[in-house]
Ligand binder design. Structure first.
Ligand SMILES: Cc1ncc(COP(=O)(O)O)c(C=O)c1O
Length: 474
């Protein structure tokens, strides 16, 4: 074997044994050391590389532990025939695919983005440090399948105070995102359930209905939210809705439609409403609208919400509040499931909430998003009546209606050519729908920094070749 292939940097910050381990591993993966080849003895290699035998010992042990080489008593170390090597090589293309997720847009109006400038890193870090500690070694074991009580307790009191949701911690199920919880609900409601869903609507849930081969029916939405009379004409047994701020139109389900929807659910034993209250923390105008769960008298609302908007989408913590009647069934069906949210993250969040930091953070963020919305409204007003806004009562996205002879796709592509990411409303439509003819675009403003908002909108309008109203009249 050619010892020269191992180049060790004595002044590097990387320990020598780690360098040697990487060099040998790389040589095995690349086929530079053949399968079955004997590695030099520890003493020989140590002498040759002028390092201690312990260095070689550490490197070889790591390679043995990872299965690259085997140690045979009194014979030495041999390169293994590793099928895993193929796996390692295969993993490389996946890494390349991953990179595609990195945004290349200079302005990103994706509705899933949040403000990252005002996150309380210092406080979060303190809670994280407190939790990752030997005294909490119990957290290395699995916790309650529905999520630890401490966090469910915090969520239940928060929901009661802020959303009028009436529940006990026993009714709450934590999951690592709405898309992880929905399949559990779909299985809980059984094969016979037929789902109504908003059209346009949140594509992730729609995909789940389709992937689970559940029967589902799109129900159109207008400026008062989902059209319940259209639901009544179907054979749906469960309706998935975003009543506080319809995704993506931003419509708020009117009081009449709320009563109508609950009445629909009460008409038959097996009917349920799945209320997705994903961004209700951020409401800017009028009185807070209570959740449907809070006004439900007959345990027919399954309430869903998430920390993706209120804290960060990467936290991956969402929850469902089940009606009491479904909790027993849930426990029977899923008692063997482990919670999908890491326990330490659950405790960090629970302590953050308990000490009042969540409420403080929400108050701060509400002001920031409100300010962002004001800037957008003011800036877009300069382009009225060509461009108008709707769905601005809550959340972090709005809908722009554009008086243009161009299609939504053409407008999106013009923006894209200027490095701007924006979504057409049509991307959220599942089935044929009589839409009014003017193109509509969904604009998320959460992720754009306050000081760049106005210029971002102007650049966007320029990309769409839309002039300010003052310029039009010149
Ligand atoms: C309608 C709707 N529900 C839920 C979510 C959040 O999903 P998750 O909890 O999986 O991040 C979003 C996020 O954008 C949403 O738009």
């Amino acid at each position: 074997m050619d010892f020269l292939m191992f180049q060790l940097e004595k002044n590097s910050l990387i320990p020598l044994y780690e360098q040697l381990y990487s060099e040998i591993k790389e040589a095995i993966i690349r086929g530079k050391i053949a399968e079955g080849a004997k590695l030099p003895s520890k003493r020989k290699l140590a002498d040759y590389l002028a390092v201690s035998q312990t260095t070689i010992e550490f490197a070889y042990s790591q390679l043995v532990a990872e299965g690259y080489i085997s140690s045979e008593a009194r014979r030495g170390f041999f390169v293994q025939n590793l099928e895993e090597l193929a796996l390692i090589e295969q993993a490389i293309p996946n890494v390349i695919q991953e990179e595609k997720y990195v945004s290349t847009y200079s302005i990103d109006f994706s509705p899933g983005k949040i403000d990252t400038e005002s996150f309380p890193f210092k406080i979060w870090r303190k809670y994280a440090k407190d939790i990752v500690n030997e005294i909490n070694k119990d957290f290395l074991q699995l916790g309650h399948p529905q999520g630890d009580y401490i966090l469910r307790h915090q969520i239940s009191s928060y929901l009661y105070q802020s959303r009028g949701v009436k529940c006990t911690p026993e009714q709450i199920i934590l999951g690592s995102g709405t898309e992880q919880i929905m399949p559990l609900i779909i299985r809980l409601l059984g094969k016979e359930a037929i789902y109504g869903f908003e059209n346009p609507g949140y594509p992730l849930t729609h995909h789940l209905f389709l992937e689970d081969k559940q029967k589902s029916v799109p129900i159109p939405v207008d400026e008062d939210g989902v059209i319940v009379s259209r639901l009544e004409q179907t054979n749906a047994t469960a309706m998935y809705v975003t009543p506080s701020h319809q995704f993506p139109t931003g419509a708020v389900l009117s009081a009449t439609r709320r009563s109508q929807l609950l009445a629909w659910a009460y008409q038959q034993e097996n009917r349920y409403i799945i209320e997705d209250d994903y961004d209700s923390e951020f409401r800017y105008t009028g009185k807070p609208i209570p959740s449907l769960q809070g006004i439900d008298q007959n345990e027919r609302v399954i309430y869903l919400s998430t920390f993706s908007k209120s804290l960060m989408p990467s936290l991956r913590i969402a929850y469902a509040v089940l009606p009491k009647s479904l909790v027993t069934q849930y426990k029977q069906k899923y008692s063997y499931y482990s919670a999908t949210v890491p326990r330490m993250d659950q405790y960090i969040l629970a302590n953050f909430m308990e000490d009042g930091y969540f409420a403080k953070h929400l108050n701060k963020m509400r002001k920031i998003y409100k300010r962002k919305l004001e800037i957008i409204t003011k800036t877009i007003a300069e382009y009225a009546p060509t461009v108008t806004i709707s769905g601005e009562q809550a959340g972090m996205h709005i809908v722009l209606t554009i008086l243009s002879s161009k299609t939504e796709e053409e407008l999106v592509s013009l923006a894209e050519q200027a490095g701007i990411r924006i979504y057409s409303l049509r991307e959220y439509i599942t089935a044929e729908l009589e839409l009014d003819l003017d193109p509509k675009l969904v604009l998320g403003f959460g992720g754009i920094e306050i000081e760049h908002l106005a210029t971002s909108i102007h650049r966007f309008m320029e990309a769409l070749k839309i002039k300010k109203s003052t310029e039009n009249s010149l």
